[in-house]
Write a protein that binds this ligand. Structure first.
Ligand SMILES: [Zn+2]
Length: 384
């Protein structure tokens, strides 16, 4: 009932409020989501737009004209600047002097790594002391130690030479070279954000009257003592079934000068989807993997982009631990720009989608305390 009210009311609200409410659902909140444009989106849908570097980037600088003749996918596609509607004071992206595309081998050499090895017709691996990258030409889906991550641009190849986009090298690959380093503790305080609450019930289980808001609160309550046992202080954005605005959730992190912010959610889709997703804010200059039909202006820098490096490290640590300790299908570390609880954070922040309440198997598991304890333990282990 409450879910229906939420769905009915949202399109009638002003755009900014509508954005906040829908972003609160963040991948969950019902089997379908109606967007401001009137398009019905399936939560969990991954969008993979063509790479369209912002116009402020220089044309590709190439080693020699003989080696790289920019293919269609290399060609910068100037796009119209998008006026940000966010209230989070984004700033225009600054021009960069770096080349857009770099040979994978060049990046590996810059990082002191051995040359990439070709493992299939289109896939390449790079090994480091911390793990193994695998990228595949033509797809944004890459992996790190077998865990999926979604790149901003599909790697390309010309004359058998694989190239990666410099933003992917900087924002996705380089942080993972330090994936084994523990998350910095600072003041040692984590804010846990159980998604939804009160009139925002989140998504409803396919098995009946079980709601995301109750499961996420239980998950956070189980996680709190596990983190405290590992030396963290923990603050929850809600400890009861109450409605909490998204801005308040971020404010709680700010007021507590939190070192880390973890938002806990469960997912839903019209059919077929199952597994684990971990989100962090999209770096400036690249497209998100999830937009839910919201504007996704790549040419702005959001306050939360100051955390890009640690965001990726934290997201992969959490995601990998979930896969290892819970064992559901891997839907990857993904990027989103519209999620209000991530946009303005001044600390590493991720949003975890801990399974699909629309999937009968996962809904059945999520309804058991034992499974929610496994979810909590998996997150805690990522922060040891
Ligand atoms: Zn949610």
């Amino acid at each position: 009932m409450n879910l229906l009210i939420g769905v009915i009311l949202r399109p009638k609200l002003p755009a900014c409020v509508c954005l906040l409410l829908t972003a609160a659902l963040s991948g969950c909140g019902g089997p379908e989501k109606r967007q401001p444009s009137g398009v019905i989106m399936t939560p969990g849908t991954t969008r993979a737009p063509r790479p369209q570097p912002p116009p402020s980037y220089p044309a590709p600088r190439v080693p020699t004209p003989a080696v790289i003749q920019p293919q269609p996918q290399f060609t910068p596609q100037p796009s119209q600047p998008v006026v940000p509607k966010s209230q989070s004071a984004p700033t225009p992206i600054q021009p960069s002097a770096r080349p857009q595309w770099i040979p994978l081998q060049t990046w590996a050499a810059q990082m002191g790594l051995s040359a990439p090895s070709r493992v299939s017709q289109t896939a390449y691996q790079i090994k480091s002391g911390a793990g193994v990258f695998q990228i595949t030409v033509g797809t944004r889906v890459a992996s790190w130690n077998g865990c999926k991550l979604h790149l901003g641009f599909a790697p390309a190849a010309t004359n058998g030479v694989p190239f990666i986009h410099s933003l992917d090298a900087e924002k996705n690959l380089s942080p993972l070279l330090q994936a084994s380093r523990p998350v910095p503790r600072g003041r040692g305080l984590i804010v846990l954000d159980p998604g939804h609450g009160g009139i925002e019930v989140g998504t409803k289980s396919v098995l009946g009257n079980f709601f995301e808001k109750d499961f996420t609160l239980d998950w956070a309550r189980r996680l709190k003592p596990l983190l405290e046992a590992r030396g963290w202080r923990v603050v929850l954005t809600r400890t009861t079934d109450r409605t909490v605005e998204l801005a308040e959730r971020v404010l709680i992190a700010e007021q507590n000068q939190a070192d880390i912010f973890l938002s806990l959610h469960l997912n839903a889709a019209a059919a077929g989807a199952a597994g684990l997703e971990t989100y962090c804010l999209t770096p400036a200059g690249m497209a998100s993997t999830l937009t839910r039909n919201y504007p996704d202006p790549a040419n702005i820098v959001l306050p939360g982009n100051s955390q890009d490096f640690e965001n990726m490290r934290l997201a992969m640590r959490v995601h990998r631990s979930l896969l290892q300790n819970v064992g559901m299908p891997d839907r990857g570390v993904q990027r989103a720009r519209f999620m209000a609880v991530l946009k303005t954070q001044q600390r590493p922040s991720v949003l975890i989608e801990g399974g699909y309440l629309s999937d009968r198997n996962e809904a059945r598991l999520l309804a058991t305390p034992e499974y929610r304890q496994k979810l909590a333990l998996a997150v805690a282990k990522a922060l040891e």
